[in-house]
Design a protein around this ligand. Structure first.
Ligand code: ZN
Length: 262
């Protein structure tokens, strides 16, 4: 087993690697508002911690981890200060240029380890384009969907996609020093706040996420304070369990990707 960091290798090291079998992992975070109580780097902290846990598991998979992309497509949060995002065109070019360089170095499989939900649709699209353009097989693992998917998203307190209980627990587990005290936690959304407060009530299919219909909501449609979900009940223990849950799932996924051939 070998888990290596791309940034620590030399040209000689790269020459020696078996590039046919070695996976290249690109972790993606974001720099975006996470309500009044969590740091703007929450997504990067989450994905970096998952990578650390994976490295401790000593998987029987050889992989090379790139430095985390700290900025991604978070334009849904632009009304809130602290958010820095890449536009769709920029994000596309960044990913394509990274993929081109990975291909040039001789690697055959790219695994994108993404934490930020707003990247998912574009990443799926890009995975196909990268496959066609560079013949680099690209797999998208969406950490945050593994973490926060609940079967009944339209119900109150189940709609927990941003700075809610799951992410608050994660940051409490990893960087409690960066979480504001509970009396400063965001109020939560539950469709009762934001520009579209109450608009979704009574609908079965027209909901912002997780239903049969997609729509282009932005964060201020769903919340006043940047929290979409409900952070109350978050705990350090739950955060540790959340992270272990995501890492365990990825431990199942990576061997399948490593052995996948056609
Ligand atoms: Zn987040």
């Amino acid at each position: 087993m070998a888990s290596l960091k791309w940034s620590e290798l030399t040209t000689k090291d790269f020459a020696r690697l078996d590039k046919d079998e070695m996976l290249v992992i690109l972790p993606i975070g974001s720099m975006e508002q996470h309500g009044p109580h969590l740091p703007v780097s929450t997504d990067a902290i989450g994905v970096n911690t998952v990578v650390e846990i994976l490295n401790e598991k000593n998987l029987d998979v050889n992989y090379l981890v790139l430095p985390t992309l700290w900025c991604s497509k978070s334009n849904e949060h632009l009304e809130f200060p602290g958010t820095i995002f890449l536009r769709r065109e920029t994000f596309t070019r960044v990913l394509e240029d990274i993929a081109a360089s990975i291909t040039r170095a001789g690697f055959k499989k790219l695994v994108v380890l993404n934490w930020h939900g707003g990247n998912v649709d574009l990443l799926s699209c890009l995975a196909r384009d990268i496959r066609q353009q560079f013949d680099l097989l690209t797999f998208i693992i969406d950490c945050y969907r593994i973490l926060s998917y609940k079967p009944d998203w339209a119900q109150p307190h189940h709609y927990n996609i941003h700075a809610g209980r799951d992410e608050t627990s994660v940051i409490l587990a990893v960087r409690p020093d960066l979480v504001k005290p509970p009396n400063e936690w965001g109020a939560g959304s539950d469709f009762g706040h934001g520009k579209m407060a109450d608009s979704f009530k009574g609908y079965k299919h027209v909901i912002p996420e997780g239903g049969s219909v997609s729509m282009g909501w932005v964060t201020v449609d769903l919340t006043d304070d940047g929290v979409v979900g409900d952070p109350s009940g978050a705990s350090r223990e739950e955060g540790q369990a959340n992270l272990e849950h995501v890492a365990a799932r990825i431990c199942e996924i990576l061997p399948e990707i490593a052995s996948f051939s056609f």
